[in-house]
Design a protein around this ligand. Structure first.
Ligand SMILES: Cc1ncc(COP(=O)(O)O)c(C=O)c1O
Length: 461
């Protein structure tokens, strides 16, 4: 037990003593880390009243921005009517309505919705469903899953096994066996020497090679994000997903599109697979489904995968107490209404080119190697000297990212992610209500920060 908080003790020091931040160091003081207190539109304010542009929509989450009364009203009304009920053997109206709505919006025959409480649970559920599905149809040896290096798919043991980030996995090994990795499209492209128009096919063929090497009769599913977040917004080369679809069909493997980030307008469509024109067997979602205003995830499942369960009394032996929470489902329905009524998908498709053009101005700086992405989802890859191709050492990248960029960007009023899980990148995924004013603010602050970063590096070499 700790001493009571003295009336004057700053929240920062209380946080320092008691709050265990996720993926955050306990050993270092959180001084310098902002405590965010309120939000409105694309902006948030810390507990000292400082305003920030939220360039990452919280965590790729607050699609419609902050402070929407409709979301609060939906939660309030639902809480008074039915504050909780499970969807284990029961249903409640909002879960039914939302399942119906998601089936309508999603591509193809993804007509069955399995709710979860978040992204990791959606991925975990897809992994488990793929295994049980194959047992149900008499192919019990199909247990392996394939995903890409550096990709982040969540932190529960199954989802973590699918994740391709070593630092996140090593402390918890041994993980679930049978989770195989292939190159992400960025690494593949850098090593590729063939005809440019065949890049997408060649990158996808690496998945086929992995399936064949593992034994096709042992592979259950391939997990891919439409645009891979980790590493810095890897947009797939032309033809990639169409070839992956063919490969999965040839070998009887399920294609799971992990759209925890890429759905609900992030790429300008309801689902990322629609923006990139491919048909998955399952889609995993969370985050933007409620604009983060209440925790909820959803796994969308095709008729084919649901069939062995729909045709029999066999049960998918899996569930979560809070999955499909009535308050979250009510908030999700109100959120989808806002996105639809305010034409936010159009906002993204109309403004994406201007966002991109604004960020492209940064390529004037020698520290910027590339701006990548689509829709409202961009990564700015940094290099010590992009012209001469000199990379940062690990220590330089660490000192640049943690020692300077994140803090300075926030200092200048921009929250976004500076990351070095691969090459150092700055990532942007603002609320999908953002427009030219926000683009200019982001570009101006990043330009100033990177100019200062170059001066610092020059001074230290
Ligand atoms: C692609 C992807 N999958 C899964 C997850 C895990 O989601 P959650 O943090 O809600 O468990 C994330 C989280 O960022 C993600 O980006």
């Amino acid at each position: 037990m700790s001493a009571h908080r003295s009336p004057n003790e700053p929240l920062e020091s209380l946080a320092d003593r008691h709050l265990w931040g996720h993926f955050s160091s306990l050993g270092k003081s959180v001084d310098g880390t902002s405590i965010i207190e309120r939000g409105d539109g694309c902006y948030v304010w810390d507990n000292h009243g400082k305003r920030y542009l939220d360039g990452l929509a919280g965590l790729y989450t607050t699609q419609v921005g902050y402070g929407r009364r409709e979301l609060a009203d939906a939660a309030h009304d639902q809480m008074l009517k039915l504050g909780y009920f499970p969807i284990w053997t029961y249903a409640h109206p909002k879960a039914v309505e939302l399942a119906n709505r998601l089936s309508d919006l999603s591509p193809g025959d993804l007509n069955r919705v399995f709710f979860t409480s978040g992204g990791s649970e959606s991925v975990e559920s897809a992994f488990k469903l793929s295994r049980q599905y194959f047992k149900e149809i008499g192919q019990p040896e199909r247990i392996k899953v394939i995903s890409r290096n550096l990709a982040y798919h969540g932190t529960t043991m199954g989802a973590l096994s699918i994740t391709g980030l070593e630092f996140a996995k090593t402390p918890f090994e041994p993980l679930v066996p049978g989770a195989l990795k292939v190159s992400n499209t960025n690494d593949f492209a850098q090593a590729y020497a063939g005809p440019p128009e065949l890049l997408g096919i060649a990158a996808a063929n690496e998945i086929e090679d992995a399936i064949i090497a593992a034994g096709p009769e042992t592979v259950a599913a391939v997990f891919l994000e439409p645009v891979q977040n980790s590493g810095g917004c890897f947009v797939p080369p032309a033809g990639y997903f169409q070839r992956v679809r063919e490969i999965c069909d040839t070998h009887g493997v399920l294609l799971v599109s992990d759209e925890v980030i890429c759905a609900f307008g992030r790429l300008g469509e309801w689902f990322g697979s629609q923006a990139l024109n491919y048909q998955p067997d399952m889609i995993t979602t969370a985050k933007g489904l409620t604009s983060g205003h209440s925790p909820l995830g959803a796994l969308l499942v095709s008729d084919r995968v649901a069939k062995p369960f729909a045709d029999t009394d066999h049960v998918f032996q899996h569930g979560f107490t809070f999955a499909g929470h009535p308050v979250s489902c009510a908030v999700a329905l109100a959120n989808l209404d806002i996105i639809e009524n305010e034409h936010m998908l159009d906002n993204v498709t109309t403004n994406a080119a201007a966002f991109r053009a604004s960020l492209d101005q940064l390529t004037d700086l020698p520290i910027v190697r590339e701006v990548r992405g689509m829709g409202y989802f961009y990564g700015i890859e940094l290099m010590k000297d992009a012209e001469s191709g000199v990379a940062f050492t690990d220590e330089e990248a660490e000192s640049l990212i943690r020692g300077f960029l994140s803090l300075r960007l926030a200092d200048l009023g921009l929250l976004c992610r500076a990351d070095s899980r691969g090459d150092p990148v700055i990532q942007l995924a603002p609320p999908i209500i953002a427009g030219p004013e926000e683009f200019e603010t982001m570009t101006t602050i990043i330009h100033q920060t990177l100019t200062e970063a170059m001066a610092r590096m020059g001074a230290s070499t």
